[in-house]
Each structure stands twice: as structure tokens, then as C-alpha cells.
Design a protein around this ligand. Structure first.
Ligand code: GDD
Ligand code: MN
Length: 373
């Protein structure tokens, strides 16, 4: 089974999973017999010899089982390395991320891939949608941890539409992973799941959830520790802060533009240039500085829809409208109040122009891919 004709790669991180990995790989290769399906185990030199077992299975299969070894820096780090390898070296169109301890039933991946084939970009194996469930053996502490982690991710991390934000079982189109700039993910630990989802949603990924039953591991032990929880708490706030940072940068840009407009207008008046000529020139200067700052600074990390040249044309159109609005207000006010200080009238013209400019540029010119489709 695959998602259409796509090349699928399961990415399975392991740390001390010697008791599980052989049977998991056997089960997976048995269910997904398709030549276009590969399995990549990302092991961080587990002391229990997990890697050796993976090599043994790999030798017995037709080159579909792969092993990537690295230094242990946490689950998120292992996933970034593994998924990058799956995309760039194994040429995967779709990756399935999955735990090695049978908490995720190998059979369920089939439904996730089915949803991808139907057009989803991300299919989450979800414990918290109707039909999904958690192992009854999970103790209260673990349940509360998961529930509150999810609540935080939802409300603080801005993942409102998703029920299982921390899920570790997902099928994802690699095309979207490239758009979401997987390589820029900062999370090292389990919070990786939230950061990745946040990035995917921000660039317009179509996310669906499939109910799964999450079984507690039978063998080996969990690696989720206090360091992971701390990172989770700090990162969640950082994810949110970053959007506030964008707003702050946008305001600073606007302030600079206003200064440039008024100062250049004043200087031109002092040079004896007529106010009806100085006004549009000053407005254009500020529009230009705003564009440069927004393009390279405020929205510098936004993934934009469309080509640079198209954005240039849109920007020109928006600028023209802004110019017309601000200038008309200035001219109108100058006629109504011929004795007023021109710099004041110029400042009053900025306000409606800035509003229009912000609205059109953020909705249209600098539109993030999140409004696509
Ligand atoms: N390579 C590597 N490096 N693998 C790791 C590391 C690491 O530092 N830490 C954990 N793993 C592997 C484990 O060997 C296992 O295959 C998988 O990652 C999940 O680890 P568990 O320790 O079993 O996680 P869990 O069961 O507590 O957590 C599960 O539920 C969380 C949400 O409640 C996972 O599915 C998480 O991804 C999920 O966020
Ligand atoms: Mn587990």
C-alpha cells in the first residue's frame, strides 16, 4: 500500500529499542511489501545494540531497510536528521513518522497513507478525536501530562484546529516539509512534534486526523524525561512569541517609514520645493523604505506565495493606491486649511494610507502561504 504512486519512507527513531525493533521491522516489511516503501531507522548509538539488529534485518531484506546513525541530541533532532535523509537521499514523497515500541500499530499507517492519497498533506494518527483512545494502563500522571501538553500546544502554541498536537504518528507529504523548512526546526526534544505541526499549518498544509488506539509499550522504557518537559514549556511560549515579534517588527517599520516621510517632506519644504510636489515624493520614499524593511526583515522568514516579480507588481499597485489615498487627504486638507502647518497635514494623510497599505500588503503582497487554496 502506498499513497498513490508516491514513494513512502517510514522514519523510526530508536534509543534502546533492541527488544522491539526486529519484530517491528519484520511486521512492517510484511504489511508494506511494496517496492516503493522504505524503512529508515534513526538510531543514536543505543548502548543496547539496536543498530546491530537493524543491520541484521537490513541484510535479510531487498535494500528497503536503512539505518542512519548519529549522536544523541533528542527525539526532535533525530527526526530532523532522519526525515531530511528520507527526502534527500531516499527520495521520499511521503514520510511516516512512528515510534519503535508498538505504541503505534503498524497496520494503522495504511489509513494515514490513504488520507494522503486522498489529498491531505498531513495525516495524524490521533488519540484525541472520536474513535481514538489511550491505553487504559497509562497512569494519571502520564494522562495529565499528555492532556496538558496538548492544551498548551493548542492554546499557547496556536494549534487550535488540531486535537492531538503532540502525536508521534503522522504521514506527511515531503513537498510540504520543504516548504515548512524542516531544517530550521529548533526543538531538540519531544516538542518537535508541536513545532513541526505549527510550521506545516503556517504554510497552508491540509491537516486531517485519523483515530488510533495508542497502546502502552510492552517492552523497554520511555525516554520522556524532565528535560523534555522543560523544553516543551519554554518552546511553546517561544513559538507564540515569534508571531508577536513579527508584529513588533512591523510597527517599527511603520514608525521608520513615518519618520522618513515627515523628515524628507520638511527638508524639501525648506529647500523651497512646493508642498504639492514634496508631499507625493515623501510618501513614495516612505513606501519604499517600508517595502525594503518588510521584505527583508519583518516578513523575511515568511514563506511567500508566488514569485518575486509578481510580488513586485502587486507591491507597485498597492503603493499607487496608498500614494493616491495619502496624497488626496493631504491635498484636501491643504485646501480646507490653507494656513495649517503642512507637515501636520502630511502626517494626517499618512494614517488612512498606512491602514490601506497594511491591509493590502499583509493580505495580498506579503501573503503567507497559510492563506493558499
Ligand atoms: N534516535 C532517538 N534519539 N530516538 C529516540 C530518542 C532519542 O533521543 N528519544 C526517544 N526516541 C525514540 C524511542 O526509542 C521510541 O521509538 C520513540 O522515539 C518514542 O519514544 P518513547 O520514549 O517511547 O516516547 P513516549 O511513548 O513516551 O511518547 C510518545 O507519545 C508522545 C505524546 O504523548 C511518542 O509518540 C512521542 O512522539 C509523543 O510526543
Ligand atoms: Mn513509547
Amino acid at each position: 500500500m502506498s499513497a498513490g504512486n508516491a514513494r513512502v519512507c517510514f522514519v523510526i527513531p530508536t534509543y534502546n529499542e533492541a527488544l522491539n525493533i526486529t519484530s517491528l521491522l519484520k511486521r512492517l516489511t510484511q504489511i508494506y511489501g511494496d517496492a516503493d516503501t522504505a524503512f529508515l531507522v534513526v538510531d543514536d548509538h543505543s548502548p543496547d545494540g539496536t543498530a546491530r539488529l537493524v543491520r541484521e534485518v537490513a541484510d535479510g531484506t531487498d535494500g528497503r531497510v536503512h539505518l542512519l546513525e548519529g549522536k544523541r541530541r533528542g527525539l526532535g533532532d533525530a527526526y530532523v536528521r532522519g526525515i531530511t535523509h528520507a527526502m534527500d537521499v531516499l527520495d521520499a514523497d511521503v514520510v511516516v513518522q512512528m515510534d519503535a515500541d508498538f505504541s503505534h500499530d503498524p497496520v494503522d499507517a495504511e489509513r494515514l497513507l490513504g488520507r494522503i492519497a486522498d489529498g491531505a498533506d498531513v495525516a495524524i494518527g490521533s488519540r484525541y478525536v472520536t474513535g481514538g483512545s489511550l491505553d487504559e494502563r497509562w497512569n494519571l500522571r502520564r494522562r495529565l501530562l499528555s492532556q496538558w501538553g496538548n492544551r498548551l500546544a493548542k492554546w499557547v502554541g496556536g494549534l487550535r484546529g488540531v486535537s492531538d498536537c503532540t502525536a508521534g504518528f503522522k504521514a506527511i507529504r515531503t513537498e510540504k516539509l520543504r516548504e515548512a523548512r524542516l531544517q530550521d526546526v529548533q526543538a531538540k526534544g519531544y516538542v518537535f512534534q508541536v513545532e513541526l505541526l505549527h510550521r506545516l499549518i503556517r504554510c497552508g498544509a491540509r491537516v486531517v486526523e485519523e483515530p488510533i488506539h495508542f497502546r502502552d509499550r510492552e517492552r523497554g522504557e520511555t525516554k520522556l524525561g524532565v528535560a523534555n518537559m522543560l523544553e516543551f514549556l519554554l518552546s511553546i511560549f517561544w513559538i507564540r512569541l515569534r508571531s508577536h515579534l513579527t508584529f513588533l517588527k512591523f510597527s517599527v517599520t511603520g514608525l521608520c517609514g513615518t519618520m522618513i516621510n515627515l523628515v524628507s517632506f520638511y527638508l524639501m519644504l525648506r529647500l523651497g520645493i512646493h508642498k504639492f510636489v514634496a508631499s507625493p515624493v515623501a510618501i513614495m520614499l516612505s513606501i519604499f523604505s517600508n517595502f525594503m524593511m518588510n521584505n527583508y526583515w519583518t516578513f523575511g522568514d515568511r514563506i511567500m506565495i508566488g514569485r518575486e516579480s509578481v510580488r513586485g507588481v502587486k507591491f507597485l499597485a498597492v503603493s499607487l493606491m496608498t500614494l493616491l489615498l495619502s496624497y488626496s487627504v493631504f491635498v484636501a486638507l491643504s485646501i480646507l486649511f490653507p494656513r495649517a502647518f503642512p507637515v501636520l497635514l502630511q502626517a494626517l494623510g499618512i494614517a488612512p494610507g498606512a491602514l490601506l497599505n497594511y491591509y493590502l500588503n499583509s493580505r495580498w503582497t506579503f501573503r503567507g502561504a497559510d492563506r493558499e487554496r
